[in-house]
Design a binder for this molecule. Structure first.
Ligand code: ADP
Length: 329
């Protein structure tokens, strides 16, 4: 049996089902991300695991023990939310020590464990500060330290980076991943941000409308979406119905297809004639909007040198490798 095994989990709010029959298996030390659009049930699932929301049926087995009958305090789970929820009138040291005080851990051991964990999140020089004297990123690291200090069996992170600006978010996600690996801590991370999910996770569970629609590592989710929803949510796939696909490829296609913008090449010798409709500059990538055989497509090209831009109205050839074309349900 896996370290964490979720079986037939059901949850409704009143008459509205949020999810029914969720099954998943998570191994010890894995970093798993629940990814999906807002409202698909990610936070509810996380809160059910933590015991903050009651489930209507099913089991959550952690190391063989069913958590469902246990109170949140008895589950041995650490949780970090988007809002840091620190005690404003306590120092960093006191905030982090709070959970150990509740567990009646002795003074010396508390001091040692708080010191250790503040080093881990690189905040040992900030122990005497109050939350209002810290940046957003530092406050979130205090929140993380406060969870880690209790040595949880499972760490749950609910959009912990969403309130931070892009640069700090990137730094903190690397730091969280490094700490998680150093401690071998089984972690479930919730986000709606595909880049965060793709860069941080051992495995991603893609959710839609209360269901896990696909699970796998970043590469398999990116290159092999199981359906049109997955293709639309991860990457910037060109999704074409069978008619449009047949017109574009000049052969009969019987299913909807997905083509990644970076797997289409713009070449004079390309087999499909196309016209450039416009472009947007995404830093190191130029995203062209082109039209070929009456079908509009996005094409991503590395922005290699100045002056290489292909202007609006220019004609160009497209090459699409057969293995870049994915049929999707
Ligand atoms: P996500 O985390 O994927 O954005 P949530 O798990 O927060 O989604 O919410 C899933 C669905 O459950 C949403 O439709 C939301 O409105 C509903 N929901 C969440 N919490 C409650 C609640 N306490 N009462 C009623 N409905 C809720």
């Amino acid at each position: 049996m896996s370290y964490l095994s979720i079986r037939s989990l059901h949850k409704s709010y009143g008459a509205t089902p949020i999810f029914s029959d969720i099954h998943c298996e998570i191994e010890k030390g894995e970093f798993v991300t629940l990814l999906g659009p807002s409202g698909c049930g990610k936070s509810t699932l996380l809160r059910c695991i933590a015991g903050l929301t009651e489930v209507d049926g099913g089991q959550i087995l952690l190391d063989g023990q069913d958590l469902v009958p246990l109170s949140p305090q008895k589950r041995g789970i650490g949780m970090v939310f988007q809002s840091y929820a620190l005690f404003p009138n306590m120092t960093v040291q006191q905030n982090v020590a709070f959970g150990l005080r509740m567990q009646k851990v002795g003074k010396d051991e508390t001091a040692q464990r708080v010191e250790e964990v503040l080093r881990l999140v690189e905040l040992h020089d900030y122990a005497a500060r109050y939350p209002h004297q810290l940046s957003g990123g530092q406050r979130q690291r205090v929140a993380l330290a406060r969870s880690l200090v209790t040595r949880p069996r499972l760490l749950l992170l609910d959009e912990p980076l969403s309130a931070l600006d892009a640069r700090i978010r990137k730094h903190l996600r690397e730091q969280i991943r490094a700490i998680q690996q150093e401690l071998g801590l089984t972690t479930i991370f919730v986000t709606h941000d595909q880049e965060e999910a793709l860069t941080m996770s051992d495995r991603i569970f893609l959710m839609n409308a209360g269901k896990i629609v696909q699970s796998g590592d970043a590469e398999s989710l990116y290159t092999a979406p199981v359906d049109a929803f997955a293709a639309g949510f991860i990457g910037n796939y060109n999704l074409l119905d069978a008619d449009a696909a047949s017109r574009l490829l000049l052969r009969p296609v019987h299913q909807r297809i997905a083509i990644r913008p970076e797997s289409i090449r713009l070449e004079d010798s390309g087999a499909i004639a196309a016209e450039v409709l416009g472009h947007s500059l995404l830093g190191n990538v130029i995203r062209y909007r082109v039209q070929a055989n009456g079908v509009e497509l996005l094409v991503d090209v590395l922005n290699r040198s100045e002056g290489s831009l292909i202007g609006k109205g220019q004609c160009i050839g497209l090459s699409i490798d057969a293995n870049a074309i994915r049929e999707v349900a």
